[in-house]
Design a protein around this ligand. Sequence first.
Ligand SMILES: CSC[C@H]1O[C@H](OP(=O)(O)O)[C@H](O)[C@@H]1O
Length: 348
Amino acid sequence: MSIKPILFENGILKMIDQRLLPTEEVWREYSDCPSVAEAITTMVVRGAPAIGVAAAFGAAFGASHIQEDNYADFFSEFEKACALLAATRPTAVNLFWALERMKGCAQIHRDLPLPELKARLFAEAQEIAVEDERLNRTLGANGAPLIADGARVLTHCNAGALATAGYGTALGVIRAAVEEGKELLVYADETRPFLQGSRLTAWELMRDRIPVTLICDNMAGYLMSKGEIDCVIVGADRIAANGDVANKIGTYTVAVLAREHQIPFYVAAPLSTIDLSIADGSGIPIEERSSREITHVGEQRLAPDAVAVRNPAFDVTPARLVSAIITERGVVTGDYSQGLKALAAKGA
Ligand SMILES: CSC[C@H]1O[C@H](OP(=O)(O)O)[C@H](O)[C@@H]1O
């Protein structure tokens, strides 16, 4: 059973501290909005869908701590809690999708007595989490036919159970293929600078006994040139209406290499990652993170003091380099503008 990185038990949110994996499995407990916001900013919890789930619980905690019994004050305070969470990380649209869903829930149930309204918001957050894992399994099954038996699959970053409420998106497709009896070998890019591949994907797949080989990011092209990669599958943090994909930094590089070597490049993402309000990738905000993620590993300094650093945490892969987008409602190829709009319009 793949790990669930976020648990809600007895009114307490428990999240595994992904900064400490793979060497330590430490679960941290949360019961207020500001601490959940900090957990998202500092990447205790990370991964687009997981960020959305955490934010949903953060919003519910925000509501639960509001003392006002005056409904007008309640909604203005609830809005402030959601704004605090919205300011944590800019790229993964699941965060904003989850907050809009929580605000919508509050409005739908605004006539409930305040204690019942607060309880309903926790129930909504729990539904978001349960739905996420369920739709990842559907998405995985939709994508599994694209992965041949015996395939050597390259993935970048971690789009696994740790990046979601469970099962994973890109790794969900891999899990589904394995569950169908296919023999696979996964090559995991270490994914500098935060090392989600070496620290999280390798740990997650070994835990599930799925064969995985760790490589440095700069080795992907060599393995492709040697014919050792059959396909690439990655997750996404935001997909624009035309199919441009924002994902972990380095994804665009892998996509260009895959096109050069005529290797299929697949993106696995739920509908909550698709942002039809943004026409193309140029409109996707790209998070810049601390230079320390590059100049240090833990307390060890790897670069000269005061060296200039850039640290964009994501890049944008143009739709023309994407072979297919795998979602819980089906697989889209070709004209993504039409295909994504049709999927969004399709019933669940
Ligand atoms: C299933 S989406 C995972 C997605 O999120 C990661 O970013 P981060 O670890 O910075 O939250 C990465 O882009 C993954 O592909």
